[in-house]
Design a protein around this ligand. Sequence first.
Ligand SMILES: NC(=O)c1ccc[n+]([C@@H]2O[C@H](COP(=O)([O-])OP(=O)(O)OC[C@H]3O[C@@H](n4cnc5c(N)ncnc54)[C@H](OP(=O)(O)O)[C@@H]3O)[C@@H](O)[C@H]2O)c1
Length: 345
Amino acid sequence: MSTIRVAVAGATGYAGEELIRLLLVHPHVQLTHLAASAKWERPVAVSTVFPRFARQCDLPLESLDPQRLAASCDAAFLALPHGVAMTLVPALLKAGKQVIDLSGDFRLKDAALFTQWYGKPHTHPELLGEAVYGITELSAQAIAKARLVANPGCYATSVILACAPLLKAGLVEPDWIVIDAKSGLTGAGRKSETQLLFAEMHENLWAYKVNHHQHVPEIEQALAPFAGGAPLGLCFVPHVVPLNRGILSSIYLRLVKPATWEQVDALYRDFYRHAPFVRLRPKDQWPQLRDVEGTNYCDLAFAVDAAQRGLILSSAIDNLLKGAAGQAVQNLNLMRGWPETAGLL
Ligand SMILES: NC(=O)c1ccc[n+]([C@@H]2O[C@H](COP(=O)([O-])OP(=O)(O)OC[C@H]3O[C@@H](n4cnc5c(N)ncnc54)[C@H](OP(=O)(O)O)[C@@H]3O)[C@@H](O)[C@H]2O)c1
């Protein structure tokens, strides 16, 4: 099978680094262009920034130039800060390129909602309707036909994959979804901030953006169809934990009707019967970050609290893989009609 040309914009960031690592060994792509901010006006070899790529990739890292980016590739991954991707996408689409955007720019369908949560106006609201929100397991058909995929947020991926089957089955109350989520530090990006210093993080733990994290509206938007139009009630408490990578979400739900562990297990197994990257843990065995680290898997487990009519979920992913670069490659695989697992196992 011939290969396609692929570019990564935001190649010096954490998600960009993972994209390069995955794409270098992907059987159907050739990495042709790596770009980042204007500070790379004088290009340097990617192995200067990431020595792990020495003798594997000799592409230069260049400053982002929309024309050069579009000319260099058939498909582009944009691993850029919110607000930057939207300046590039129209030209890439016009040039006939496929785009997978890892930022929040095209995740929300409503431009006003984007402004409310990201604090800036959307400059290309006309593309919001076309962008496909890319939780691969839930929107495979639409992704396969998409020109533009909005790759979901990392927390959002862990929560949506865990909750969608239960909401679709009408087994839990949609207006009572309590999420306690913990993320490793790479979730904040490769930047220097006092709060992210080793001495601040080490042996420490804190909640942040309680109920106002920007992933709240995309979780609501993605789960709404599974809840059949019923209003969703989300309480979302994210935490930073002193780990490099990984997200563990503990989710508390209320059962609408009594259910046994075996019934819920059967429901999940049926829902994800064609999903190679979703793994259900056996009874009383709970997901661990080390089992998903470096992989594109989402590990799920649950317990039924019959006395309280409660259901407790645990969902683990690697924020940089199933939560970012891995899911982005999984989406490209669908967009090109390749096996979903290509380059990911
Ligand atoms: N980290 C995660 O776990 C995760 C998960 C899901 C989604 N995401 C999303 O993916 C995107 C990238 O995340 P990240 O964690 O990889 O961020 P990051 O580590 O901060 O990297 C950001 C990248 O964007 C480049 N950049 C910044 N401003 C730019 C500009 N104006 N023009 C061109 N390039 C620019 C940076 O290049 P320089 O080196 O030149 O500054 C760097 O390559 C973000 O939108 C993030 O929200 C991240």
